[in-house]
Design a protein around this ligand. Structure first.
Ligand code: ADP
Ligand code: MG
Length: 333
């Protein structure tokens, strides 16, 4: 069976229909489209993310983890808008020689995360490709009408906050590629590789930021670059103190041992944390929220008049944080 050709319709019936959780919108994956009932008083929040083998994950990564990362990067976008997930649509282009065993593991990972994040699959499309595995997931979320968070809500004088830790994703890619073997403790390597393969979208934080945060976005392409986007959307500048940016213990050890610079961690991708602004008077509320969620929320700087991001190094001098960050289209790549 493992090497028999995969049948598209059997695949949908056997592996994807169970992932609908019987949600009426999915119509048993037996119709041309899904029908989601409108909920008065809410805005529907839509986001889509594509993941390509060799770009967003390593081609040999375990299929269940690929599926779970796909779910998580989407839920991270919804969370940053303060939205709760409702349902997902999956467009999958599987390599022609994909095996039934691979697909089963992929669907199992998908199911695991749909359950743990309380959402369902309500439709999609399945095709074969002569190219690399390419996945696109559309997430549908909901938020109270008019309450969704935006990148454009930052005001001069606001504090700048970030959830969790920064830099683990970028180091985690190196860890997953074996680049840190023998240079960092095996436990640290395992921790970092896991952070790359399995982001932790801040789904409980996002909705709780409504009424507290001015601007909010998820950090996926590097803190400095993403903060630059937030600043442009808000028409402001920002100043961050590199020494305040929260690092995991493993990332801290990687910096201390010279494996990576602090500046490069501020530009590394795949963090999937939430970057948000709040007025200075909200400090105790933000700290109380962090305690309630058991999630570190760290004040890393402030919103200032002007444009652009200035990074102050631990020595008080401006840090030439590589202005880079992840870009898909660049000369020579
Ligand atoms: P079409 O011929 O219009 O492309 P399909 O035969 O591809 O429709 O799809 C049949 C049903 O299966 C639809 O309800 C569709 O949403 C669902 N479906 C197809 N592929 C997937 C997938 N990868 N994930 C979830 N649902 C899927
Ligand atoms: Mg089709």
């Amino acid at each position: 069976m493992a090497d028999a050709p995969v049948d598209e319709f059997a695949l949908i019936a056997d592996l994807f229909v169970p992932l609908t959780g019987g949600h009426p919108a999915a119509r048993g994956l037996c119709d041309d489209a899904a029908f989601l009932a409108a909920l008065p008083g809410t805005d529907t929040v839509l986001t889509v993310d594509a993941m390509v083998a060799g770009v967003h994950f390593l081609p040999d990564d375990p299929p269940d983890l690929i599926a779970r990362k796909l779910v998580r990067v989407n839920l991270s976008d919804l969370a940053a808008k303060g939205a709760e997930p409702v349902a997902l649509l999956l467009a999958a282009a599987f390599p022609r020689d994909v095996t039934a065993a691979w697909l089963r593991a992929f669907a199992a990972g998908l199911g695991e995360d749909l359950t743990s994040f309380g959402t369902v699959l309500i439709g999609g499309d399945t095709v074969a490709t002569p190219g690399p595995l390419t996945l696109s997931l559309t997430a549908i979320g909901r938020v109270a009408a008019g309450q969704g968070l935006a990148r454009s809500g930052a005001s001069v004088g606001d504090d700048l906050w970030v959830s969790g830790t920064i830099g683990d994703g970028a180091l985690g890619l190196r860890a997953a590629q074996g680049d840190l073997d023998g240079r960092l403790a095996p436990d640290d390597i395992a921790f970092l590789a896991d952070r790359y393969r399995l982001p932790r979208p801040r789904v409980t934080l996002g909705p709780r930021l409504i009424g507290l945060a001015g601007a909010s976005m998820d950090v996926s392409d590097g803190l400095i670059q993403d903060l630059g986007h937030l600043c442009r959307a808000s028409g402001v500048g920002a100043r961050i103190e590199a020494g305040r940016v929260p690092l995991s213990e493993a990332a801290g050890r990687a910096v201390d041992s010279g494996l990576v610079t602090l500046a490069s961690l501020l530009s590394g991708g795949d963090d999937y944390e939430v970057l948000f602004t709040a007025p200075p008077g909200a400090v105790t509320d933000v700290q109380a929220l962090a305690a309630a969620l058991g999630l570190p929320l760290t004040r890393i700087g402030a919103i200032v008049a002007g444009t652009g991001v200035v990074t102050i190094g631990p020595d008080g001098e401006p840090l030439d944080a590589a202005q880079g960050g992840w870009r898909h289209f660049r000369a020579g790549s």
